[in-house]
Design a protein around this ligand. Structure first.
Ligand SMILES: *[C@@H]1O[C@H](CO)[C@@H](O)[C@H](O)[C@H]1NC(C)=O
Ligand SMILES: *[C@@H]1O[C@H](CO)[C@@H](O)[C@H](O)[C@H]1NC(C)=O
Ligand SMILES: *[C@@H]1O[C@H](CO)[C@@H](O)[C@H](O)[C@H]1NC(C)=O
Ligand SMILES: *[C@@H]1O[C@H](CO)[C@@H](O)[C@H](O)[C@H]1NC(C)=O
Ligand SMILES: *[C@@H]1O[C@H](CO)[C@@H](O)[C@H](O)[C@H]1NC(C)=O
Ligand SMILES: *[C@@H]1O[C@H](CO)[C@@H](O)[C@H](O)[C@H]1NC(C)=O
Ligand SMILES: *[C@@H]1O[C@H](CO)[C@@H](O)[C@H](O)[C@H]1NC(C)=O
Ligand SMILES: *[C@@H]1O[C@H](CO)[C@@H](O)[C@H](O)[C@H]1NC(C)=O
Ligand SMILES: *[C@@H]1O[C@H](CO)[C@@H](O)[C@H](O)[C@H]1NC(C)=O
Length: 357
């Protein structure tokens, strides 16, 4: 009797779940930055773990995919990340002709996801992948193939794919560091804008080829590894079967690649499970910008200007330093020479005082 009841109960739960199924978004749907009685600000995944839609950014809003079921709306993907935030007076439309656009003021629109075909539906999946389908239910666009700074479980970095850090925790615009899945089978870290040569990189991990075309993979249990059809190289073991653990890999604004986990049973904060190993806080090259150097202080990095230089912006010390001298100071006999110890100099063009005379 009890077993039958349990069976019926389980079937009921299963059917309820199956009916909720994928949360399908159809053309004609729209979102607004703030939820009202008639509009929503995001489309949630079936479990409610992820959502696609508006989130707060600066004094306005951005559009992207974020962890929705936890107190701190952690961002996993952002559309048009380098555009300024939008005001509250916009709508995000899945238009009747199948485009995903931001409807801005004065009737102008901006595409949120760019694809060639006409979309028939879209879906926020429970993996954190936002997918757009054509009339044949074929995927024509997915956030998993257009990563910003984060890799989610089951998402892969294929060769030449990159994760670019954000400016900061609260600004998702492109920052200064990049993780690239190289064709030679190495996942490697570089400052953005430098060539992919060994002297510019500051960390890497590789898998022996052939075959080439290695991928970086993250499993739902936190297993982070390189694979190339020949075998795998584990970067972080994972394997914890604990239910309710969420994972994400992020290229962080301080130049470190880190794997984070979040225990949904305990709430609390994201915890660093793994981070690019064998490098120091000051190793990400260019961390302090030009005319500055990095020192470790209390286990944290701290940027310091060269003598005679001052921070471009005292509140954003990683932007580097500029001359704090007038041209007059540069005249012969009016300057001092100082020796900097324990520093390594790159052969690079810096705005040095004597360039100005
Ligand atoms: C807002 O979202 C809820 C829950 O997902 C849904 O039931 C409701 O229909 C949505 N409202 C609008 C106006 O789309
Ligand atoms: C984010 O950072 C970029 C680059 O530094 C800057 O131009 C932009 O104004 C910042 N956005 C916000 C919302 O602070
Ligand atoms: C977006 O949706 C709003 C609300 O339904 C509508 O007024 C507006 O015309 C739509 N814009 C586009 C480009 O479809
Ligand atoms: C597309 O998938 C949805 C949900 O899985 C299904 O309801 C629909 O019939 C499918 N359409 C086509 C044309 O296969
Ligand atoms: C790597 O993948 C690309 C695209 O799938 C393919 O064209 C190329 O032949 C592959 N290279 C190797 C060495 O497998
Ligand atoms: C697995 O659990 C152990 C013990 O709680 C913890 O120390 C370890 O960091 C966890 N590993 C991962 C990959 O989450
Ligand atoms: C770096 O050191 C200065 C004092 O020299 C201090 O004001 C600043 O807060 C430090 N920055 C960090 C990130 O620790
Ligand atoms: C910059 O120069 C001015 C005038 O020479 C001086 O008062 C100031 O302290 C200097 N600032 C720094 C950060 O060195
Ligand atoms: C520094 O760079 C310049 C220009 O690229 C080059 O001519 C010079 O030989 C380099 N010096 C050293 C010491 O590497």
């Amino acid at each position: 009797m009890a077993t039958t009841f349990l069976f019926l109960l389980l079937s009921a739960i299963f059917i309820a779940k199956a009916q909720r199924g994928q949360s399908v978004v159809n053309p004609g749907s729209f979102l607004t930055p703030t939820t009202t009685t008639t509009t929503n600000s995001s489309w949630p995944s079936p479990s409610g773990r992820y959502a696609f839609g508006f989130y707060k950014q600066g004094s306005g809003y951005a559009v992207g995919v974020f962890f929705a079921g936890i107190p701190d709306k952690t961002v996993a993907w952002t559309a048009n990340r380098d555009d300024p935030p939008v005001s509250a007076a916009v709508t995000l439309n899945f238009t009747s002709d199948g485009r995903l656009v931001l409807q801005l003021a004065h009737g102008t629109t901006k595409r949120v996801a760019v694809y060639g075909e006409t979309a028939s539906s879209a879906s926020m999946l429970d993996t954190g992948n936002f997918v757009v389908y054509n009339a044949d239910n074929q995927t024509i666009w997915e956030s998993f193939q257009n990563p910003t700074d984060t890799l989610l479980p089951t998402q892969r970095l294929l060769y030449d794919d990159v994760l670019d850090s954000s400016v900061s925790e609260s600004n998702q615009s492109t920052g200064r560091f990049r993780a690239i899945m190289q064709q030679d089978g190495f996942i490697a870290l570089y400052p953005i804008g430098t060539p992919y040569y060994i002297e510019y990189g500051y960390w890497s991990k590789g898998i022996q080829g052939p075959p080439l075309n290695a991928t970086l993979n993250l499993d739902v249990d936190g297993h982070l590894y390189l694979a190339n059809g020949n075998g795998i190289v584990t970067i972080s073991a994972g394997g914890n079967s604990t239910k309710g653990l969420l994972y994400r890999l992020r290229m962080d604004d301080d130049g470190f690649l880190r794997l984070y986990s979040y225990n949904t049973n305990r709430k609390g904060d994201w915890v660093v499970t793994w981070s690019a190993d064998s490098i120091g806080k000051c190793d990400p090259k260019g961390l302090c910008g030009v005319n500055a150097f990095c020192v470790i202080y209390d286990e944290e990095y701290n940027c310091t200007c060269l003598p005679g230089f001052a921070f471009v912006d005292e509140s954003k010390r990683t932007l580097g330093c500029e001359r704090n001298l007038t041209v007059d100071n540069c005249k012969e006999g009016t300057y001092d020479m100082e020796e900097e110890i324990n520093t390594v100099w790159e052969n690079d063009t810096l705005s040095r005082c004597f360039h100005q005379t």
